[in-house]
Design a binder for this molecule. Structure first.
Ligand code: SAH
Length: 263
């Protein structure tokens, strides 16, 4: 008997409303996180099951925000890396993306986006979406795609032309109208899109450029790696609150260096 045609997933996906974190319904959902229709340029692939296992691992590692788990489950990470590496795309490992750069581990991407969503401005909206977000270091475009699931608008800057173009090619089939890719020096931020509800950096320097703080909206949050003493990098979160700037150093991380200029 002929089967009715299966509808193709569209992008961006409409995420069903999740239960309020902490509620009994949330506890039930957390036990079996099954994100909605995955996002692909092509119809469903065998990678879906592997990606859902990655999401379950993220939840077991402590990622609790349903918005983040759904976003991580919705974006096909394997489509952002070279074919030869696709089999490793859902392992908890960073992978080379060319020009000496790397795509961060899924766990680090999820952790940073979870921190971004915990910004003071969203504190009373546990299911809210971020407004405009600035990403420094587009790389292959993976994190920008994940961010597009939790923010209304994503501006992502890359300083290496080769990667900027690679991200463009990777993202084109997903038709993400809310993701804007820019070639430029992210140390200058991107004033035309400011103010940002969140700024997230995928490369770390000695300290945060002051332009990022200038371009952050009140109630907004920066999540970035910074050099911490001479021991290495640590994640830092910076909140622009009505009491002033609040800065908190978190766990050690290992990101590529933040460099100035375009190449
Ligand atoms: N989020 C990326 C990870 C990319 S790695 C992904 O999902 O693939 C970090 C990127 O930051 C590298 O591509 C590097 O070229 C870029 N980078 C470093 N300094 C930068 C700067 N000042 N402005 C913009 N991009 C920068």
């Amino acid at each position: 008997m002929p089967q009715p045609p299966r509808s193709r997933p569209t992008f961006p996906v409409t995420l069903p409303r999740a239960p309020v974190p902490g509620s009994a319904a949330a506890a039930r959902t957390r036990a079996s996180v099954v994100p909605p229709t995955p996002v692909h340029a092509t119809p469903a692939m065998a990678s879906d099951a592997v990606r859902q296992r990655m999401v379950q691992r993220l939840a077991a590692q402590g990622i609790a925000d349903e918005r983040v788990l759904r976003a991580m489950g919705a974006v096909a990470r394997h489509a952002f890396v070279d074919g030869a590496l696709a089999a490793q795309a859902y392992e908890d490992t960073s992978l080379p993306i060319g020009l000496g750069q790397t795509i961060s581990k899924p766990n680090v991407v999820a952790r940073m986006i979870e921190l971004l969503l915990a910004a003071p401005a969203l504190a009373d909206q546990p299911q809210g979406r971020l407004g405009r977000v600035l990403e420094i270091g587009t790389g292959c475009g993976y994190q920008a795609a994940v961010l597009s699931q939790v923010a209304r608008e994503v501006y992502s800057i890359e300083r290496l032309r080769g990667l900027h173009e690679k991200a463009r090619a990777n993202l084109r089939p997903l038709r993400l109208a809310t993701v804007h890719l820019l070639l430029g020096d992210g140390m200058q931020g991107y004033p035309a899109g400011a103010p940002y509800a969140g700024i997230i950096a995928a490369a770390g320097g000695a300290d945060l450029p002051s332009t990022w703080l200038d371009q952050l909206a009140p109630g907004g949050r920066i999540v970035a790696p910074v050099q911490s003493g001479n021991t290495g990098q640590a994640l830092v979160i910076i909140d622009k609150t009505n009491r002033g700037i609040e800065r908190r150093l978190l766990e050690a991380v290992n990101f590529v260096p933040l460099k100035s200029g375009i190449a």
